[in-house]
Write a protein of this length. Sequence first.
Length: 200
Amino acid sequence: MSDKPKFEVIDRRKMKAEEEQESQPPTAPQTEAASETRESAPRETGGGPRLVVNEQKTAPAATAEAEMPPAPTAAESREQKAAYDASAQRIEDMVRAQNPAVGAQPPVTFEHLVQQFYVSAMIQMGAGTQEGQRPRVDILGARTTIDLLAILAEKTRGNLTDSEGKMLETVLFETRMAFLELTRMITLQGVQPPPPPKKA
């Protein structure tokens, strides 16, 4: 949907570095093209996300990859994982201290991931709506969730146990069938025009 506003996250670290460079006197002569580019670029006012409407991305994917921060080292990843595990254990201990009847949480498995996608897709298609309430349907969100399931199936092919593979294929089949039924109902109803504005 091209007219849907998009959010762009601004990396404040880059802005800070640019401000510091601009505040210092130039140490080497700049080319005219570089100074013209800086002058013609719009200045950011304020930090945080900004709303972007109908803005076309002109940077190729290779440029976007080059701007990504470097991947963490193996040592950094191990250290972060150990800190994460310790923090999660502290939270679980606090929950059990407040509610002793709660047992230890089972470890998160691949089935949990697939179930999370399944539940998200079904809720986006209106499942779980209270009786008497009008279902809220996010058909585009449901399509994205189902496409994510398909990517998961493609990228994990040959890497799953038989039960994991069957579960993923079953969930993908069921969500696609629900999507087909829902889109059939939507197309049969047709797109209704908005009601005319009331005259005062």
